[in-house]
Design a protein around this ligand. Structure first.
Ligand SMILES: [Ca+2]
Ligand SMILES: [Ca+2]
Length: 91
């Protein structure tokens, strides 16, 4: 394989990754975030949903629903995401 072709393959696969990421973002934005963050399925983001995230702060986990920014750890960033959504609801 020529070095140029190899480079092309890398560029092509990385641009495919970008497209894939965009599709995920579109899908995530089009789906109802409120239901996504509603862990106890009572139809709203309540204090119990916020508590569920805060009670797991510091936990490393893979594909946990509470890991809202998907960085494999539940921390203050995830808590601020749900707090933001919670405050939007109560105002
Ligand atoms: Ca809820
Ligand atoms: Ca996280």
């Amino acid at each position: 394989m020529k070095p140029l072709n190899k480079k092309k393959v890398i560029v092509l696969s990385s641009s495919m990754l970008v497209i894939f990421a965009i599709i995920i973002i579109i899908f995530y934005n089009s789906s109802d975030k409120k239901i996504f963050l509603d862990f106890n399925n009572d139809g709203k983001i309540g204090i119990s949903d916020v508590t569920q995230v805060s009670s797991k702060i510091g936990q490393k986990c893979h594909k946990c629903p509470e890991d809202l920014n998907n960085d494999q750890i539940i921390d203050s960033e995830d808590l601020s995401i749900i707090m933001f959504e919670y405050q939007k609801q109560i105002h």
